[in-house]
Write a protein that binds this ligand. Structure first.
Ligand SMILES: Nc1ncnc2c1ncn2[C@@H]1O[C@H](COP(=O)(O)OP(=O)(O)O)[C@@H](O)[C@H]1O
Ligand SMILES: [Mg+2]
Length: 232
């Protein structure tokens, strides 16, 4: 392992939300190093800072203090425009609610980040087809989200998250709205695709059994990482 294998590097990251006169300390000096291809389960009580951690890592939010480096680049203070183009190439997201665009078909939704990123349309189309087949939706590519089940929609969201071949995939309770069986399929797909593509995955889950099955674990409490599991 060399320094360049470190894909996510946080040093003393703080995040303070100011709500009227009250300060909420959502992250209180988080240090974290995640290497290429590592799959990390993130657990912790509601309000412990898991989503904030993912937002800060994913450049959806900036830290109040401390340093965030992704694939060797300091992203702590990127401008809005610079951060959205960096994010488009570097980070795929899967959230609890899939945020698919209802008026577009599955394949159009999957291609969307690529179209925004200015990729070649025919290459994107090929890749989107391949991804949808690999999540078991080869026959449903031209269906709109409303014509798909919750689990199928989440599989489309996974394909969309991977279309730019990002080195990092962030998933925030992606199975939270699914029944057990669909949830397990979504999880299995995330890991399989991540492993195959050497993607670094952070997956927030309240399912402790699932977290234990992952190679690495991080447990949060009150804005801090209080426990590492696995062979860091
Ligand atoms: N936009 C926000 N404005 C104010 N407080 C927030 C905001 N987002 C999160 N928080 C607060 O930060 C803390 C951590 O929240 P969050 O990261 O969502 O926790 P988790 O995902 O572990 O449930 C909570 O106390 C929450 O209320
Ligand atoms: Mg959350």
């Amino acid at each position: 392992m060399t320094a360049s294998d470190v894909v996510i590097h946080l040093e003393k990251v703080h995040k303070v939300y100011q709500v009227e006169s009250q300060k909420v300390l959502a992250l209180r000096g988080v240090d974290l190093k995640v290497r290429r291809g590592q799959v990390v389960g993130v657990t912790g009580r509601s309000g412990s800072g898991k989503s904030t951690l993912l937002h800060v890592i994913g450049t959806l939010d900036t830290p109040s203090a401390g340093k965030v480096q992704l694939v060797g680049e300091d992203v702590s203070h990127l401008s809005d425009q610079a951060s959205s183009s960096f994010r488009n190439k570097t980070v795929g997201f899967v959230f609890q609610s899939n945020n698919l665009l209802p008026e577009f078909t599955a394949i159009e939704n999957v291609m969307m980040p690529g179209l925004i990123g200015g990729g070649s349309k025919s290459a994107l189309l090929d890749r989107a087809r391949g991804l949808l087949s690999s999540v078991g939706l080869g026959a449903r590519m031209h269906h709109r989200p409303a014509e798909l089940s919750g689990g199928e929609q989440q599989r489309v969201a996974i394909a969309r998250a991977l279309i730019m071949e990002p080195p990092i995939l962030l998933a925030d309770e992606p199975t939270g709205n699914l029944d057990t069986k669909s949830g397990e399929m979504v999880e299995a797909l995330l890991f399989e695709l991540g492993r195959r593509n050497q993607v670094t995955i952070l997956l927030v889950t309240h399912d402790l059994e699932l977290a234990k099955r992952m190679p690495y674990q991080v447990d949060m409490e009150d804005g801090n990482i209080v426990h590492f599991g696995g062979s860091w």
